[in-house]
Design a protein around this ligand. Structure first.
Ligand code: PFF
Length: 461
């Protein structure tokens, strides 16, 4: 039997902290700067911001509204809101794809990278990076990869922490964690920004981030920007549906979504402004791909005064950002198990978190004992987006390039075409016309068209 979702956020601030905490994660501090570096800096940022406003914001509003209207787990909320509008129960499958395929799938490798971050806090704090050169930083990284046991350990440590917080519930777990951790995150970020200003080449960073070079914009850059916007705003994987279901009635969803999107984007930019001055100061190149954080920055920290302290702080920042996101990845599946299967919260957490841990092992092994295992080679797929098609690459690609855009498309179509206007107007507490019409046009037309282009393009060889 199913029970309605019980707990609510205890205050507006708690909800905003939780949602911003979910949005701000490895995506902002690890992924955004290197994707920006790879895609021509400022030009990329401009389209990214346009996508956040015109596609991210409307889908975020839609998810929060469906969640709050349904007041149940993401899966049941989709079903309930659909039935209320006279639609099919099958929309629940969109919630299921998000919560399980998206949420747990993403958590599985998010935790592996976050575990890598935890390991790097210790490496930075014990002075392992002091004086390292490019080659030495790569050796440290490769040694980390080669140590399967350690990678499993850190992955397990991170997932356990996630389970611990989510197991304690919305108020005593998620909300309490973000209330402590988000101020810490802002503080560290500001300290690191100050450090970048004092010790790094801020002029070069600002030029790189904010001088538009439109020649760099092409279709593939646009697609990357859109994918990053969805990823960064925690869309389509059940998270915002779940967080919306714990939201009080009197809180404005359009405004909250605006605050969340602005904070998320602002923090990504500040992260760029904290990282790039250090990169440029030492003549390193920004287009280092994922290694920007794990090889380039350690070199920079290894050369600077106070590098041990600030380097450690940087990895603590990443870890804090990751944990406030990972809890939101686990919550949708947990909410479902509690509600539908009648599991206690702890049991649901061990079950869902355990599944994410086990799937995550595939990603761990992709970095060491299975670097040569290409599970799709029987289909002739050995490379995906220029990377060897290991389990890690495949799971990342499936979640980020298939489940997220397809989920977003479904949410937009559902909200724009299947849920009645009256229901959404009521939930958003907006009169017909003005902001409501603008939002409705965006979810009904703009988002589906843009997403179809992304999906078709993204899946083309
Ligand atoms: N928004 C997170 C980040 O930028 O790292 C990633 C994420 C968290 C995506 C939670 C989806 C989600 F539900």
């Amino acid at each position: 039997m199913s029970a309605p979702v019980q707990e609510n956020w205890s205050s507006r601030a708690a909800f905003i902290f939780a949602a911003v905490g979910s949005a701000v994660g490895l995506g902002n501090i690890w992924r955004f700067p290197y994707i920006t570096g790879e895609n021509g800096g400022s030009a990329f940022i401009l389209i990214y911001i346009a996508f956040v406003i015109f596609i991210g914001w409307p889908v975020l509003v839609a998810e929060l509204a469906i969640g709050r209207r349904g007041k149940m787990s993401p899966i049941r909320s989709m079903e309930k809101v659909s039935v209320e509008s006279g639609g099919s129960k099958n929309w629940k499958w969109v919630g299921a794809l998000g919560s399980f395929g998206g949420g747990l799938g993403l958590l599985s490798f998010y935790s592996v990278i976050a575990g890598w971050v935890l390991a790097y806090i210790i490496k930075a704090a014990t002075g392992m990076f002091t004086g390292v050169t490019g080659g030495a930083a790569e050796v440290i990284r490769d040694e980390h990869f080669a140590d399967t046991g350690m990678m499993v350990f850190w992955h397990l440590a991170f997932i356990s922490l996630t389970i611990y917080i989510v197991g304690r519930g919305i108020n005593a777990g998620l909300e309490k964690a973000v209330t402590y951790l988000m101020p810490v995150l802002f503080l560290i970020l500001l300290v690191l920004l100050g450090y970048g200003i004092a010790e790094g080449d801020m002029n070069a960073a600002v030029t790189f981030l904010f001088t538009p070079d439109f020649s760099k914009i092409n279709m593939s850059v646009a697609l990357t920007a859109l994918g990053q916007a969805f990823f960064s705003l925690s869309l389509t994987v059940g998270t915002m549906l779940a967080y919306g279901s714990y939201l009080q009635k009197d809180m404005s969803i359009p405004k909250s979504a605006g605050i969340i999107a602005a904070a998320d984007t602002g923090i990504a930019l500040i992260a760029g402004l904290a990282i790039f001055p250090l990169v440029f100061q030492y003549g390193l190149t920004p287009a280092e791909g994922p290694s920007l954080i794990f090889t380039t920055l350690p070199i920079a920290f290894g050369q600077m005064t106070g590098g041990v302290i600030f380097g450690s702080l940087f990895f603590v920042l990443l870890a804090v950002a990751a944990i406030t996101s990972s809890i939101s990845l686990l919550e949708p599946a947990v909410a479902y198990f509690v509600e539908k299967q009648g599991f206690g919260r702890w049991k649901a957490c061990f079950f869902a978190g355990g599944a994410a841990f086990l799937i995550g092992l595939l990603s761990v092994f992709s970095f060491n004992i299975w670097t040569d295992v290409m599970p799709l080679s029987f289909l002739g797929i050995e490379v995906i987006n220029g990377n060897p098609a290991t389990f890690y690459t495949i799971i990342d690609f499936t979640v980020s390039n298939i489940i997220m855009p397809v989920g977003g498309l479904m949410i937009a179509i559902f909200t724009g075409w299947f849920v009645t206007r009256a229901a959404m107007r009521d939930e958003l507490d907006l009169p017909e016309g003005g902001l409501f019409s603008l939002w409705h046009i965006l979810v009904r037309y703009v988002c589906p068209v843009a997403l179809i282009i992304v999906i078709v393009w993204g899946l083309m060889p």
